[in-house]
Every structure is written in C-alpha cells, then in structure tokens.
Design a protein around this ligand. Structure first.
Ligand SMILES: Nc1ncnc2c1ncn2[C@@H]1O[C@H](COP(=O)(O)OP(=O)(O)OP(=O)(O)O)[C@@H](O)[C@H]1O
Ligand SMILES: Cc1ncc(CO)c(N)n1
Length: 498
C-alpha cells in the first residue's frame, strides 16, 4: 500500500499510562499511531515514574480529572479508533467504561496491561475481574499468554495449541476478537494469532514470526495495540490490518538496537522503516523552485542583456548579416532541439506532458521553416555548419537524452523557453513598425509563447518538487548549464566578427 493513505487520516485516541523514557505507554502509542498513518491523541490514566529498567512509582490522578480529559476529547473531536492500555485500578476502569458506553467509538482495541516487561504490576490485582468485563466493550483485545489466562479466568496455557483454544473461549465468552501473542512461550518463535469466535464459525489467522534476538522489547505490547487500532480504521479485514502491523513492528523491533536509550530493555524504533524508506528530507514547493532557479541564473541573464548582439537586436542597430548568421545557427539548433523535445515526449510520465513536449517539437520545426522562408530563403546561408556555441549547446542537450532521465532532460530544455520569452517581452516596448527585427521580437513576445513557457516552467518545477535532493540538484545544474549555453549562443555571432 502507499505510504500516505488516500483516505482521511484516522483520529486515534490512546487511553493509557505514561512512560517518561518514551518507549511504552502513551508516548509509544503516539509514535505508533503516527508511524501507522494516524493522528494521535492521548488521555492519561496514570503517571508512571519508569524507565527501561523498571517502574519506580505510579501516580493515579483523581478519576474526575480522567473523566474531564475523556470528555474534552470526545466533546470536540470525532474519534475513529480508541486504544486502551494501562488502567491502574477499578475506579479508572469504571470511568473509562462509562465513557465507552456513552461515546461508542467505532474501533476499540484493548491491551489488557497488567504487568510491565520488567515484571512490575500496572493493574491492581483486585481490578482483574473489572478489566475482564471491560473487554466485552472492545472489538479486539491483545493479551500475551499470562494476560489471556486472566481474561479467561483459567490457568495459564503452556503450549501454542492451548493458547489458541483459550483465545477461542475468551473470544466466544466476551464477544471480542482476540489477538493472542505467543511470544512468552519459547525462545525461537514469536507467533501471534487472530482468533474470532464471536460468529457462528471459528476464524483463526496465525502470524508466524521468528524471534528477533534483542533486548529492545520495552513497550512492544503498547505499540502493537495502538498501531492495530490505527490500521483497523483503514482496512476492511482485521486479518490484513494485523499483517501490516506485524511487518511494521518486526522492522521496528529489529532496528531498536540503533537507538541508545536506557540501560535496560530499550524501546523499539517506531520510525525506522519509515525514515529509511522516505528519508528526512524536506521538499521545496514548485513555486519556491521557480524563484530559486530564476535567481540562480540572474548573472547569466544580466550578461545576456549586456551583450552587444542583444542590445543591437533591441535598438535595431544590429547588422543584418550578423543577424542572418545568427538565424542560420538557430535553424541548425532548432532541428536537433526538436529531436530532444521529441525525446522528452517519449520519456514523459503523463499523457499531458507527452502531448506538451510533442507539440513543442512540432512548433520548433515550424519555427525553423519560417526562419528559412522569411530570412534565409535566398540560399546565402545554405551549407552553414554548426559553430562551437551551437555544437556545445546541442551536445549538452543530447547528453541529457543519453542519460535517459526525463527530469534532467526537461530541466535542460527549460531555458530555451524561459529566456527567449523573457527577452521577447522585455524588447517588445522597443519594437515599432519600422524596426528591422520586429518580427523576431514579436514572435517571442507573443501571448501563445507566454502560455507555452508557463506550462513548461510548471511541468519542470513540479517534477523538481517531486524529486529527491540529488535529483533536484541534477535538474538545477542541467538548467543552469543550458542558460549558460544560451548566453554563449547569443555572444557567438559578434564574437566571430571580431
Ligand atoms: N523478540 C521479538 N521478536 C519478534 N517479535 C517480537 C519480539 N518481542 C515481541 N515481539 C512481537 O511484538 C508484539 C508485542 O508482543 P509482546 O509479546 O511483546 O506483548 P506484551 O508482552 O504485551 O508486551 P509488553 O512487553 O509491552 O508487555 C507481538 O506481535 C510479538 O510477536
Ligand atoms: C504506562 C505503561 N503501559 C504499559 C506498559 C507495558 O509495557 C508500560 N511499561 N507502561
């Protein structure tokens, strides 16, 4: 599935205790919800002074305050899913129960937290019965083997088959789907099973996983249950949601060792896979790239404006043979430029872009023919060969074709649109009926050219905004290099005269 879901971002509330070291409880839940595509919210049931080595003390705020937190969220926010973790005691369970009945969130995942990984109690022993009853209000419970036994009110399972049987009894009795976690059974495997005995037939989906050799297992249960609550909103089938969550938690457990957090059982690395796949790069917008690239050729543009050739073109004092020599080079340029545009069309990822570059290719061949008809028809420039500036520019464009990257190729093509349109527009006020180069100026100052140039800038800067840092920099360099070739091309006709 795609990294960013197309559906709305699920709004997921964690009701749980805290872990100031960030590996378990609410802190782990918020990370897990985010890593699985949700918007995380949190209501604190208990403040726990704990770290990766163990629990030091627990402070349970008054239940009236817990109720106020719960209502503050549900009075304002539409909740798509709830994950319930540490509940501490009977009073807390009662307050959460009353709220759940009243608000009836569409997805409720209960992690029946009783004992921390470190062995410390997080639920008073006299609250186990109340937690069992609360499980009836959940859609999915995620017990490990000792917790499953308490939900079943039976002795602890000692084999995987006993675990599955017990999970089926809990599911039928409490009317809840059970994700049973077998990790506490032996040292080689960490199998889980989704057991649903709430309907007429028993549905069991087993997730086999080999055990990862690591001490970074603090908060795995919290992370699994909040990730599942998030994924259940997007998936029609709970079995698929669990599959996704298992893949995510395995990669996060595997990368836990990369974090240097604490000296006991360290946390898992909730974002390891995501960071690796997506990176931490920020991306500029297409508009920002437009400004930045235009600025980055400021000097080149100023040098073009100051060229005797361009000044003469503007005020009409340019010698006609120099202008015709320039057009003869331009005609040679346009033929190969059209081939490069056709290559951009061939590589284009969308039909809109394919059509755009193909039309531009056609347009530049037409322009070449018109130049010939209007200025070079007397044959005086027939047999002209490409000069150094023309050859160098075309070599640069053809080299980008050979590389085969659509992005760099269209970046290299852009100055030819953008600089000509800009020059045409700025020379236009100097054109008049008797101006010898009026037709040239008006060609490039034309509204149609402006439209085409805008589309080209848009396609190129959008592609640059989608590219990664390296790709974008390669594009910018191809763009700048072409702008420099435009400068050399405009400088060449008069350089040859001296
Ligand atoms: N070492 C491991 N290798 C592979 N998977 C693991 C490992 N440890 C935990 N898991 C997986 O992480 C998920 C959480 O299960 P776990 O057994 O840790 O629950 P828990 O005992 O409730 O957790 P907690 O330690 O937070 O109380 C399960 O899917 C389990 O298979
Ligand atoms: C707050 C809290 N909830 C759950 C666990 C279980 O890992 C923990 N250690 N701390």
């Amino acid at each position: 599935m795609s990294a960013v879901p197309t559906r709305a971002v699920p709004r997921v509330l964690s009701i749980a205790g805290t872990d100031p070291t960030g590996g378990a409880g609410i802190q782990a839940d918020l990370k897990s919800i985010a890593a699985n595509g949700g918007y995380g919210m949190a209501v604190v049931t208990a403040l726990v002074a704990q770290n990766t080595r163990g629990v030091r003390s627990v402070h349970v705020p008054p239940v009236t305050f817990l109720r106020e937190q719960l209502d503050a969220v549900s009075d304002d926010v539409e909740i798509d899913a709830v994950k319930i973790g540490m509940l501490a005691d009977v009073d807390v369970i009662g307050a959460v129960r009353e709220w759940l009945v009243r608000v009836a969130p569409p997805v409720v995942v209960l992690d029946p937290v009783m004992v921390a990984t470190s062995g410390d109690r997080l639920l008073r022993a006299d609250a186990e019965g109340a937690l069992r009853e609360l499980a009836r209000l959940a859609h999915v419970v995620t017990p490990n083997i000792p917790e499953l036994a308490i939900l079943a009110d039976e002795p602890q399972a000692t084999t995987w088959q006993q675990t599955l049987d017990q999970a089926a009894r809990v599911s039928a009795r409490l009317g809840v789907v059970v994700l049973a976690k077998g990790g506490h059974l032996d040292h080689d495997t960490a199998p889980d099973a989704l057991v649903d005995a709430t309907g007429s037939e028993l549905l069991v989906t087993v997730y086999d996983a080999s055990r990862i050799e690591t001490t970074n297992t603090h908060g795995t249960g919290c992370s699994l249950s909040s990730a599942l609550a998030t994924r259940l909103v997007g998936f029609a089938s709970p079995a698929r949601a669990v599959g996704e969550v298992k893949r995510w938690i395995s990669e996060s457990i595997r990368a836990g060792g990369d974090l240097a957090v604490g000296g006991g059982n360290g946390p898992i690395h909730h974002f390891a896979g995501m960071w690796q796949r997506a990176g931490l790069e920020t991306r500029p917008t297409a508009d920002e790239i437009r400004t930045e690239w235009w600025d980055s050729i400021r000097t080149v543009r100023e040098q073009i404006d100051a060229l005797p050739f361009v000044l003469g073109l503007g005020d009409g004092t340019l010698r006609e043979d120099v202008f015709r020599g320039y057009l003869a080079q331009d005609a040679l340029y346009l033929r190969d430029y059209a081939r490069v545009l056709a290559m951009a069309s061939a590589l284009a990822p969308t039909v809109a872009e394919q059509a755009f570059w193909a039309a531009a290719a056609e347009g530049s061949i037409t322009a070449e023919l018109e130049l010939h008809d209007s200025w070079l028809a007397d044959g005086a420039y027939d047999g002209t060969v490409a000069d150094d500036a023309t050859t160098a520019y075309l070599d640069h464009l053809l080299a980008r074709c050979t590389e085969g990257s659509y992005d760099t190729l269209i970046a290299a093509l852009l100055p030819c649109f953008w600089l000509y349109q800009d020059i045409g527009l700025r020379l236009l006020p100097r054109s008049h009926d008797a101006h010898p180069y009026r037709s040239w100026i008006e060609t490039y100052a034309d509204a149609g050219i402006a439209e085409v140039t805008e589309a080209a800038v848009e396609f190129v800067t959008q592609a640059a905004a989608r590219a990664d840092d390296r790709g974008r920099e390669a594009m910018r360099q191809a763009f700048v290099r072409s702008a420099e070739h435009e400068l050399a091309f405009f400088a060449s006709p008069l350089a040859k005269q001296t």
